[in-house]
Design a protein around this ligand. Structure first.
Ligand SMILES: Cc1cc2nc3c(=O)[nH]c(=O)nc-3n(C[C@H](O)[C@H](O)[C@H](O)COP(=O)(O)O)c2cc1C
Length: 184
């Protein structure tokens, strides 16, 4: 138990990632943990698109098309195309909204966010690094369309995973008193 507490207290993201990423069996373990996310009503309102190898280039092409459509300069289009190549594995986590009288949209988004976070932490526990990214492309109409999102679906994030190249991970210290109120 104390190891879990220490793990959570020291968890961190990694922006510099390289090969190797998780193997197929490790990926399946991660996805299995993803689908264990808390889920009001058992709706399972998530979809995970696992992008490895040339699959990342497909996402890069979509980003480049979106940048082109938005009149970006050639350098920005190239940057967009290369974004998914920043890690060997990218898991795009999507909320597939399901209308339900007791489970509003925001709860379904939260559930997908939990799935992403669980997979990130599980990857960390396996010895990999990862980072949750969104950016403008997560909200871009063309990207949403190419990834098959409906009007009430959301891209909650792109989970980049790989071997952590960061030497150290500085933790921001937060004063609890700034964030916490006790009602005794
Ligand atoms: C919903 C969400 C979207 C994020 N999008 C980005 C992003 O696009 N680019 C980025 O560098 N960090 C992004 N972050 C922040 C990183 O994932 C990470 O949390 C941050 O760098 C702090 O590092 P730490 O997790 O080690 O505390 C996002 C975080 C969340 C929760």
């Amino acid at each position: 138990m104390s190891q879990v507490i220490e793990f959570l207290n020291n968890r961190h993201s990694s922006g510099k990632l390289s090969e190797p990423g998780p193997s197929q069996s490790q990926l399946e373990q991660l996805l299995q943990i993803g689908v264990r996310a808390p889920d009001h009503g058992g709706l399972q309102p998530w979809q995970f698109i696992v992008m490895t190898g040339a699959g990342r280039a497909k996402l890069g092409d979509i980003f480049a098309q979106a940048a082109t459509f938005n009149d970006a300069e050639p350098a920005k289009i190239d940057k967009a195309r290369n974004m998914p190549m920043r890690a060997p594995t990218v898991i795009t986590v999507i909320t597939k909204y399901k209308e339900h009288p007791k489970v509003p949209w925001v709860e379904q988004i939260q559930s997908a966010g939990c799935a992403l976070f669980s997979m990130q932490q599980a990857a960390l526990a396996m010895g990999f690094g990862g980072i949750w990214r969104t950016g403008d492309f997560a909200r871009d109409e063309l990207v949403r369309d190419k990834l098959g999102l409906g009007i009430e679906d959301e891209i909650v994030g792109f989970l980049y995973l790989g071997t952590d190249l960061c030497d150290s991970h500085a933790h921001k210290t937060t004063k609890l008193a700034d964030k916490v109120i006790y009602w005794d």
